[in-house]
Design a protein around this ligand. Structure first.
Ligand SMILES: [Fe+2]
Length: 395
Protein backbone atom coordinates (compact mmCIF):
# COMPACT_ATOMS: atom_id res chain seq x y z
CA UNK A 1 0.00 0.00 0.00
CA UNK A 2 1.43 3.36 -0.99
CA UNK A 3 1.58 5.98 1.74
CA UNK A 4 2.09 9.03 -0.45
CA UNK A 5 0.60 9.97 -3.81
CA UNK A 6 2.26 12.58 -5.98
CA UNK A 7 0.72 13.90 -9.18
CA UNK A 8 2.30 16.39 -11.54
CA UNK A 9 1.30 17.52 -15.02
CA UNK A 10 2.16 20.50 -17.24
CA UNK A 11 -0.28 23.17 -18.38
CA UNK A 12 -2.21 21.43 -21.15
CA UNK A 13 -3.51 22.99 -24.37
CA UNK A 14 -5.49 20.57 -26.55
CA UNK A 15 -7.44 20.97 -29.76
CA UNK A 16 -7.50 21.07 -33.55
CA UNK A 17 -5.31 23.99 -34.70
CA UNK A 18 -3.74 24.55 -31.27
CA UNK A 19 -0.26 24.66 -32.86
CA UNK A 20 -0.99 28.40 -33.16
CA UNK A 21 -0.56 28.68 -29.36
CA UNK A 22 3.19 27.96 -29.33
CA UNK A 23 4.41 31.56 -29.70
CA UNK A 24 2.23 32.97 -26.92
CA UNK A 25 3.05 30.00 -24.70
CA UNK A 26 6.78 30.62 -25.01
CA UNK A 27 6.41 34.37 -24.44
CA UNK A 28 4.47 33.64 -21.23
CA UNK A 29 7.42 31.55 -20.07
CA UNK A 30 9.85 34.42 -20.71
CA UNK A 31 11.47 33.05 -23.87
CA UNK A 32 13.40 35.28 -26.25
CA UNK A 33 15.57 32.93 -28.31
CA UNK A 34 14.06 29.48 -28.79
CA UNK A 35 15.86 26.18 -29.41
CA UNK A 36 13.41 24.45 -31.75
CA UNK A 37 13.95 20.69 -31.69
CA UNK A 38 12.35 18.40 -34.23
CA UNK A 39 13.21 15.45 -36.42
CA UNK A 40 13.64 15.40 -40.19
CA UNK A 41 10.38 13.47 -40.74
CA UNK A 42 8.26 16.03 -38.89
CA UNK A 43 10.08 18.89 -40.64
CA UNK A 44 9.49 17.22 -44.04
CA UNK A 45 5.77 16.91 -43.22
CA UNK A 46 5.68 20.74 -43.02
CA UNK A 47 4.90 21.17 -39.31
CA UNK A 48 8.01 23.21 -38.50
CA UNK A 49 7.21 25.53 -41.40
CA UNK A 50 3.71 25.94 -39.97
CA UNK A 51 5.01 26.64 -36.44
CA UNK A 52 7.64 29.23 -37.36
CA UNK A 53 5.24 32.10 -38.24
CA UNK A 54 3.71 31.79 -34.75
CA UNK A 55 7.18 32.32 -33.25
CA UNK A 56 7.85 35.25 -35.58
CA UNK A 57 4.47 36.85 -34.73
CA UNK A 58 5.33 36.59 -31.04
CA UNK A 59 8.66 38.38 -31.66
CA UNK A 60 10.77 35.33 -30.83
CA UNK A 61 14.11 34.39 -32.34
CA UNK A 62 14.65 30.71 -33.02
CA UNK A 63 17.35 28.17 -33.83
CA UNK A 64 16.35 24.95 -35.57
CA UNK A 65 17.89 21.64 -34.38
CA UNK A 66 17.05 18.28 -35.89
CA UNK A 67 20.19 16.19 -35.39
CA UNK A 68 18.42 13.44 -33.50
CA UNK A 69 17.68 9.86 -34.47
CA UNK A 70 15.13 7.28 -33.35
CA UNK A 71 16.05 6.00 -29.88
CA UNK A 72 17.99 9.25 -29.15
CA UNK A 73 21.70 8.80 -28.46
CA UNK A 74 23.78 10.32 -25.66
CA UNK A 75 26.21 12.02 -28.08
CA UNK A 76 23.31 13.65 -29.96
CA UNK A 77 22.15 15.21 -26.69
CA UNK A 78 25.66 16.44 -25.86
CA UNK A 79 25.99 18.03 -29.32
CA UNK A 80 22.54 19.58 -28.95
CA UNK A 81 23.43 21.10 -25.58
CA UNK A 82 26.61 22.61 -27.06
CA UNK A 83 24.53 24.11 -29.89
CA UNK A 84 21.97 25.47 -27.37
CA UNK A 85 24.71 27.25 -25.43
CA UNK A 86 26.62 28.45 -28.52
CA UNK A 87 23.45 29.97 -29.91
CA UNK A 88 22.51 31.66 -26.62
CA UNK A 89 19.08 30.04 -26.43
CA UNK A 90 16.86 30.50 -23.37
CA UNK A 91 13.90 28.19 -23.99
CA UNK A 92 12.99 24.95 -25.75
CA UNK A 93 10.20 24.15 -28.16
CA UNK A 94 9.92 20.62 -29.48
CA UNK A 95 7.60 19.67 -32.33
CA UNK A 96 8.03 15.94 -32.79
CA UNK A 97 7.69 12.43 -31.44
CA UNK A 98 9.16 10.81 -28.36
CA UNK A 99 12.73 10.76 -29.66
CA UNK A 100 13.19 14.51 -30.25
CA UNK A 101 11.21 15.28 -27.08
CA UNK A 102 13.43 13.07 -24.91
CA UNK A 103 16.51 14.49 -26.65
CA UNK A 104 15.25 18.06 -26.14
CA UNK A 105 14.79 17.40 -22.42
CA UNK A 106 18.37 16.09 -22.34
CA UNK A 107 19.60 19.21 -24.13
CA UNK A 108 17.86 21.49 -21.61
CA UNK A 109 19.24 19.41 -18.77
CA UNK A 110 22.88 19.43 -19.89
CA UNK A 111 22.73 23.11 -20.91
CA UNK A 112 21.68 24.14 -17.38
CA UNK A 113 23.14 21.44 -15.12
CA UNK A 114 26.36 20.70 -17.02
CA UNK A 115 28.26 17.44 -17.43
CA UNK A 116 27.04 14.43 -19.41
CA UNK A 117 23.38 13.54 -19.87
CA UNK A 118 23.89 10.04 -18.46
CA UNK A 119 25.30 11.54 -15.23
CA UNK A 120 21.63 12.13 -14.45
CA UNK A 121 20.37 8.60 -15.21
CA UNK A 122 18.27 7.31 -12.33
CA UNK A 123 15.85 9.02 -9.99
CA UNK A 124 16.02 12.67 -8.85
CA UNK A 125 19.61 13.43 -9.86
CA UNK A 126 18.81 16.90 -11.25
CA UNK A 127 19.43 19.81 -8.90
CA UNK A 128 19.09 22.97 -11.04
CA UNK A 129 16.01 24.18 -12.93
CA UNK A 130 15.75 23.44 -16.66
CA UNK A 131 14.90 26.06 -19.30
CA UNK A 132 11.21 26.68 -20.06
CA UNK A 133 9.95 23.84 -22.27
CA UNK A 134 6.95 23.69 -24.61
CA UNK A 135 6.26 20.33 -26.27
CA UNK A 136 4.02 19.60 -29.25
CA UNK A 137 3.69 15.83 -29.81
CA UNK A 138 3.51 14.72 -33.44
CA UNK A 139 2.48 11.15 -32.59
CA UNK A 140 -0.32 9.72 -30.44
CA UNK A 141 1.80 7.57 -28.21
CA UNK A 142 4.85 9.06 -26.61
CA UNK A 143 3.64 10.79 -23.45
CA UNK A 144 6.99 12.60 -23.23
CA UNK A 145 5.18 15.95 -23.57
CA UNK A 146 3.70 15.49 -20.09
CA UNK A 147 6.08 13.07 -18.39
CA UNK A 148 8.85 13.37 -15.83
CA UNK A 149 11.04 10.94 -17.79
CA UNK A 150 13.56 10.95 -20.61
CA UNK A 151 15.03 7.80 -22.12
CA UNK A 152 18.45 8.17 -23.72
CA UNK A 153 20.57 5.49 -25.40
CA UNK A 154 23.95 4.85 -23.79
CA UNK A 155 25.90 4.18 -26.96
CA UNK A 156 28.88 2.66 -25.12
CA UNK A 157 26.79 0.15 -23.16
CA UNK A 158 24.26 -0.35 -25.99
CA UNK A 159 21.45 0.15 -23.50
CA UNK A 160 18.77 2.72 -22.82
CA UNK A 161 19.08 4.73 -19.65
CA UNK A 162 16.13 6.33 -17.95
CA UNK A 163 16.19 9.73 -16.28
CA UNK A 164 13.38 10.45 -13.82
CA UNK A 165 12.83 13.86 -12.25
CA UNK A 166 9.96 16.31 -11.90
CA UNK A 167 12.37 18.85 -13.43
CA UNK A 168 11.86 17.00 -16.74
CA UNK A 169 8.12 17.72 -16.83
CA UNK A 170 7.63 20.29 -19.63
CA UNK A 171 5.95 23.58 -18.70
CA UNK A 172 3.32 23.47 -21.43
CA UNK A 173 2.05 20.57 -23.55
CA UNK A 174 0.28 21.59 -26.77
CA UNK A 175 -1.58 18.72 -28.44
CA UNK A 176 -2.87 19.48 -31.94
CA UNK A 177 -4.50 16.35 -33.43
CA UNK A 178 -3.95 17.76 -36.94
CA UNK A 179 -0.29 16.68 -36.66
CA UNK A 180 -1.45 13.05 -36.64
CA UNK A 181 -2.86 13.33 -40.16
CA UNK A 182 0.58 13.18 -41.80
CA UNK A 183 1.80 10.03 -40.05
CA UNK A 184 2.23 6.74 -41.88
CA UNK A 185 -0.04 3.79 -41.17
CA UNK A 186 2.88 1.96 -39.53
CA UNK A 187 3.84 4.81 -37.22
CA UNK A 188 0.19 5.37 -36.27
CA UNK A 189 -0.06 1.69 -35.33
CA UNK A 190 3.24 1.62 -33.41
CA UNK A 191 2.60 4.78 -31.43
CA UNK A 192 -0.98 3.74 -30.65
CA UNK A 193 0.25 0.47 -29.17
CA UNK A 194 2.85 2.42 -27.18
CA UNK A 195 0.05 4.56 -25.72
CA UNK A 196 -1.94 1.41 -24.89
CA UNK A 197 1.12 -0.07 -23.19
CA UNK A 198 1.53 3.10 -21.11
CA UNK A 199 -2.09 2.99 -19.97
CA UNK A 200 -2.13 -0.74 -19.16
CA UNK A 201 1.26 -0.79 -17.42
CA UNK A 202 0.33 2.31 -15.39
CA UNK A 203 -3.06 0.81 -14.44
CA UNK A 204 -1.51 -2.36 -12.99
CA UNK A 205 1.62 -0.59 -11.65
CA UNK A 206 2.31 -0.83 -7.93
CA UNK A 207 2.35 3.00 -8.00
CA UNK A 208 -1.15 3.31 -9.54
CA UNK A 209 -3.47 5.60 -7.63
CA UNK A 210 -6.99 7.03 -8.00
CA UNK A 211 -5.68 10.06 -9.91
CA UNK A 212 -4.04 7.85 -12.55
CA UNK A 213 -6.62 5.00 -12.64
CA UNK A 214 -9.36 7.17 -14.07
CA UNK A 215 -7.17 8.36 -16.95
CA UNK A 216 -5.72 4.89 -17.56
CA UNK A 217 -9.07 3.16 -18.04
CA UNK A 218 -10.35 6.02 -20.18
CA UNK A 219 -7.22 5.84 -22.38
CA UNK A 220 -7.58 2.06 -22.77
CA UNK A 221 -11.21 2.47 -23.84
CA UNK A 222 -10.43 5.30 -26.29
CA UNK A 223 -7.57 3.34 -27.87
CA UNK A 224 -9.57 0.14 -28.25
CA UNK A 225 -12.32 2.12 -30.01
CA UNK A 226 -10.20 4.48 -32.12
CA UNK A 227 -6.84 2.93 -33.01
CA UNK A 228 -8.20 0.69 -35.77
CA UNK A 229 -10.05 3.54 -37.55
CA UNK A 230 -7.05 5.84 -37.01
CA UNK A 231 -4.76 3.33 -38.75
CA UNK A 232 -7.35 2.79 -41.48
CA UNK A 233 -7.61 6.43 -42.52
CA UNK A 234 -5.47 9.57 -42.25
CA UNK A 235 -8.58 11.66 -42.74
CA UNK A 236 -10.67 10.32 -39.84
CA UNK A 237 -10.46 13.34 -37.53
CA UNK A 238 -12.73 11.83 -34.87
CA UNK A 239 -10.30 8.94 -34.53
CA UNK A 240 -7.30 11.31 -34.56
CA UNK A 241 -8.76 13.56 -31.84
CA UNK A 242 -9.64 10.55 -29.67
CA UNK A 243 -6.21 8.98 -30.14
CA UNK A 244 -4.52 12.30 -29.29
CA UNK A 245 -6.60 12.51 -26.10
CA UNK A 246 -5.88 8.86 -25.28
CA UNK A 247 -2.15 9.42 -25.69
CA UNK A 248 -2.31 12.50 -23.46
CA UNK A 249 -4.19 10.58 -20.75
CA UNK A 250 -1.83 7.61 -21.03
CA UNK A 251 1.14 9.98 -20.75
CA UNK A 252 -0.28 11.50 -17.56
CA UNK A 253 -0.59 7.98 -16.14
CA UNK A 254 2.88 6.81 -17.10
CA UNK A 255 4.43 9.93 -15.61
CA UNK A 256 2.65 9.53 -12.27
CA UNK A 257 2.23 5.75 -11.87
CA UNK A 258 5.29 4.70 -13.91
CA UNK A 259 5.42 1.57 -16.09
CA UNK A 260 6.38 -2.09 -15.84
CA UNK A 261 8.18 -5.07 -17.30
CA UNK A 262 7.10 -4.45 -20.90
CA UNK A 263 9.09 -1.23 -20.98
CA UNK A 264 11.97 -2.78 -18.99
CA UNK A 265 12.23 -5.32 -21.82
CA UNK A 266 11.58 -3.07 -24.81
CA UNK A 267 14.11 -0.49 -23.62
CA UNK A 268 16.69 -3.20 -24.29
CA UNK A 269 15.25 -4.11 -27.69
CA UNK A 270 15.45 -0.43 -28.61
CA UNK A 271 18.87 0.21 -27.10
CA UNK A 272 20.62 -2.85 -28.49
CA UNK A 273 18.69 -3.69 -31.63
CA UNK A 274 17.32 -0.18 -32.43
CA UNK A 275 13.79 -1.55 -32.90
CA UNK A 276 10.89 0.93 -33.11
CA UNK A 277 9.62 1.34 -29.54
CA UNK A 278 5.91 0.88 -30.25
CA UNK A 279 6.46 -2.20 -32.41
CA UNK A 280 8.49 -3.85 -29.67
CA UNK A 281 5.85 -2.94 -27.05
CA UNK A 282 3.06 -4.46 -29.13
CA UNK A 283 4.93 -7.77 -29.25
CA UNK A 284 5.95 -7.83 -25.59
CA UNK A 285 2.85 -6.41 -23.85
CA UNK A 286 0.50 -9.43 -24.16
CA UNK A 287 3.20 -11.79 -22.91
CA UNK A 288 3.94 -9.61 -19.90
CA UNK A 289 0.20 -9.26 -19.21
CA UNK A 290 -0.08 -13.06 -19.15
CA UNK A 291 2.82 -13.22 -16.70
CA UNK A 292 1.38 -10.44 -14.51
CA UNK A 293 -2.20 -11.73 -14.52
CA UNK A 294 -2.10 -13.38 -11.09
CA UNK A 295 -0.91 -10.17 -9.42
CA UNK A 296 -4.40 -8.63 -9.60
CA UNK A 297 -6.95 -10.45 -11.81
CA UNK A 298 -9.64 -7.86 -11.02
CA UNK A 299 -7.54 -5.10 -12.57
CA UNK A 300 -7.01 -7.15 -15.74
CA UNK A 301 -10.76 -7.87 -15.83
CA UNK A 302 -11.35 -4.10 -15.72
CA UNK A 303 -8.96 -3.69 -18.66
CA UNK A 304 -10.96 -6.31 -20.59
CA UNK A 305 -14.22 -4.43 -19.89
CA UNK A 306 -12.64 -1.15 -21.03
CA UNK A 307 -11.74 -2.95 -24.27
CA UNK A 308 -15.30 -4.21 -24.74
CA UNK A 309 -14.61 -7.80 -23.68
CA UNK A 310 -16.04 -9.92 -20.90
CA UNK A 311 -19.28 -9.38 -19.05
CA UNK A 312 -21.22 -9.99 -15.87
CA UNK A 313 -21.60 -13.74 -16.54
CA UNK A 314 -17.84 -14.37 -16.63
CA UNK A 315 -15.63 -15.00 -13.61
CA UNK A 316 -12.98 -12.39 -12.79
CA UNK A 317 -10.27 -14.79 -13.96
CA UNK A 318 -11.98 -15.51 -17.28
CA UNK A 319 -12.49 -11.79 -17.88
CA UNK A 320 -8.85 -11.10 -17.02
CA UNK A 321 -7.68 -13.58 -19.65
CA UNK A 322 -9.81 -11.75 -22.23
CA UNK A 323 -7.76 -8.59 -21.69
CA UNK A 324 -4.71 -10.37 -23.11
CA UNK A 325 -6.71 -11.63 -26.07
CA UNK A 326 -8.11 -8.15 -26.73
CA UNK A 327 -4.60 -6.65 -26.90
CA UNK A 328 -3.40 -9.43 -29.25
CA UNK A 329 -6.42 -8.93 -31.51
CA UNK A 330 -5.86 -5.18 -31.67
CA UNK A 331 -2.16 -5.54 -32.58
CA UNK A 332 -3.00 -8.18 -35.18
CA UNK A 333 -5.82 -6.10 -36.73
CA UNK A 334 -3.48 -3.14 -37.27
CA UNK A 335 -0.76 -5.29 -38.80
CA UNK A 336 1.82 -5.66 -36.02
CA UNK A 337 3.36 -9.15 -35.77
CA UNK A 338 3.24 -11.01 -32.45
CA UNK A 339 6.99 -11.61 -32.51
CA UNK A 340 9.81 -9.23 -33.27
CA UNK A 341 10.74 -9.56 -36.92
CA UNK A 342 13.58 -8.35 -39.10
CA UNK A 343 16.39 -9.91 -37.08
CA UNK A 344 18.52 -12.77 -38.36
CA UNK A 345 19.61 -14.05 -34.99
CA UNK A 346 20.49 -12.99 -31.47
CA UNK A 347 23.43 -14.48 -29.59
CA UNK A 348 23.03 -15.95 -26.12
CA UNK A 349 25.47 -13.36 -24.72
CA UNK A 350 23.34 -10.59 -26.23
CA UNK A 351 20.31 -12.12 -24.55
CA UNK A 352 22.16 -12.31 -21.21
CA UNK A 353 23.16 -8.66 -21.58
CA UNK A 354 19.54 -7.62 -22.24
CA UNK A 355 18.27 -9.63 -19.25
CA UNK A 356 20.87 -8.02 -16.96
CA UNK A 357 19.95 -4.53 -18.18
CA UNK A 358 16.22 -5.23 -17.76
CA UNK A 359 16.83 -6.16 -14.14
CA UNK A 360 18.42 -2.72 -13.62
CA UNK A 361 15.71 -0.84 -15.56
CA UNK A 362 13.69 1.58 -13.40
CA UNK A 363 10.44 0.36 -14.99
CA UNK A 364 10.83 -3.05 -13.36
CA UNK A 365 10.45 -1.47 -9.90
CA UNK A 366 6.73 -0.82 -10.45
CA UNK A 367 5.87 -4.10 -12.21
CA UNK A 368 3.09 -5.77 -10.19
CA UNK A 369 4.69 -9.24 -10.16
CA UNK A 370 8.25 -9.90 -9.06
CA UNK A 371 10.41 -10.83 -12.00
CA UNK A 372 13.64 -12.84 -11.88
CA UNK A 373 16.34 -13.26 -14.53
CA UNK A 374 14.83 -16.59 -15.64
CA UNK A 375 11.40 -15.00 -16.15
CA UNK A 376 12.92 -12.23 -18.24
CA UNK A 377 14.96 -14.63 -20.35
CA UNK A 378 11.85 -16.66 -21.09
CA UNK A 379 9.97 -13.53 -22.15
CA UNK A 380 12.84 -12.38 -24.39
CA UNK A 381 12.99 -15.86 -25.94
CA UNK A 382 9.32 -15.99 -26.75
CA UNK A 383 9.25 -12.45 -28.17
CA UNK A 384 12.39 -13.07 -30.22
CA UNK A 385 11.25 -16.58 -31.17
CA UNK A 386 11.95 -16.21 -34.85
CA UNK A 387 15.25 -14.46 -34.38
CA UNK A 388 16.56 -16.99 -31.89
CA UNK A 389 16.13 -19.96 -34.21
CA UNK A 390 19.04 -18.98 -36.45
CA UNK A 391 22.72 -18.55 -35.67
CA UNK A 392 23.97 -16.73 -38.76
CA UNK A 393 24.83 -13.04 -38.83
CA UNK A 394 24.41 -12.75 -35.08
CA UNK A 395 23.56 -9.34 -33.71
FE1 LIG B 1 6.62 3.80 -24.26
Amino acid sequence: MRQVTKFVIPEIIFGIGSLNQVGDSLVRLGARRVFLATDPGVAAAGWVEKALPYLDEAGLEWVLWQNVSENPKDHEVQDGAAAYLDEGCDAILCVGGGSPMDAAKGVGLVATNGGHVLDYAGIDKITRPLPPMVMVPSTAGTGADVSQFAVITDTKAHAKQMLASKSLVPDISVTDPLLLTTKSRELTAYSGMDALTHAIEAYVSVAANPLTDVHALSAIELISQNLRPSVASRENMTAKVNMAMASLKAGICLSNAALGATHAITHQLGGLLDLPHGQANAAVLPQVMEFNLISDPARFAAIARAMGEGGESLSVRDSAVLAVRAVRNLASDIGIPAVVTGLEAVRQETLDHMVANSLRDLCLITNPRDMAAGDLEQLFRSVLAVALTGDEDPT
